[in-house]
Design a protein around this ligand. Structure first.
Ligand SMILES: Nc1ncnc2c1ncn2[C@@H]1O[C@H](COP(=O)(O)OP(=O)(O)O)[C@@H](O)[C@H]1O
Ligand SMILES: [Mg+2]
Length: 228
């Protein structure tokens, strides 16, 4: 479904991604792990067109997308849950969801069924929500665009364990429904519990490409690559 091939991405003259390749097949959950500053968000930005790669290719359903503008990439069916959530603070929960809506199987009823808490908070404004509720809203908003591929950038960041479990439950439900997911995380247990395949980024390069369970079991590798 998604194929990233040997991309090099820069901020000005700063060379951040050095030949990153990865793939996400239909119905798969892929996780990208790595410590702070290793290039995870830059990888997401490269895929969605915010910071296009200078070299290499990104293909979605077999067609190149690395030259397209962000709105065009989103329209092809790639939904983004950005790091830091970025919901609209002055809009209500329901308005945040409505502005994102595009036709498809996901609608207000569907996302409220996935996150009953959002239904209870439908009339509250974004800035009135807790961090966990904002994260649920960010995920629900991405679903309202009816994507075929969902990209999530550290959805567990800053959340208490109970809320991390709630987000993981929702992602597990999406996975069971066949949604393709690229999950950037620093929470290794959460990522290992969900993912079919793991990549680890270090200084803009892929340094692990394999089974999440094997990485989980390898204490020395975990310490070396993730500092855990
Ligand atoms: N807008 C930017 N301009 C310049 N450098 C940036 C910018 N965003 C990130 N970087 C640098 O790129 C590297 C990778 O950052 P990032 O992709 O955000 O890492 P991660 O998401 O893994 O924490 C870091 O060295 C960071 O300082
Ligand atoms: Mg990041």
């Amino acid at each position: 479904m998604l194929e990233v091939s040997d991309i090099h991405t820069f901020y000005g003259s700063s060379h951040v991604l050095h030949g990153v390749s990865l793939r996400v097949a239909a119905g798969q959950v892929i996780t990208v792990l790595g410590r702070n500053g290793m290039g995870k968000t830059t990888l997401i930005r490269s895929i969605v067109g915010f910071t296009p790669p200078r070299r290499g290719t990104v293909s979605f359903r077999g067609a190149p997308i690395h030259g397209l503008r962000p709105f065009a990439i989103a329209r092809l069916g790639i939904g983004l849950v950005p790091q830091g959530r970025r919901i609209f603070p002055s809009l209500s929960v329901q308005e945040n969801l409505r502005v994102a809506a595009r036709p498809g199987r996901w609608d207000l009823d569907g996302v409220y069924a996935l996150f009953p808490r959002l239904h209870e908070r439908a009339a509250n404004r974004g800035h009135q929500l807790s961090g966990g509720e904002q994260q649920m809203l960010a995920i629900a908003r991405a679903l309202m665009t009816n994507p075929d591929l969902l990209l999530l950038d550290e959805p567990s960041e800053g959340l208490a364990p109970l809320l991390v479990a709630e987000v993981a439950r929702a992602l597990g439900q999406l996975r069971a429904q066949g949604m393709a997911i690229l999950l950037v995380e620093q929470n290794l247990p959460m990522a290992v519990g969900l993912a079919d395949h793991a990549y680890v980024l270090s200084k803009g390069r892929v340094v692990y490409d394999g089974s999440p369970a094997a990485l989980w079991a390898d204490e020395a590798r975990k310490a070396e690559l993730l500092g855990v």
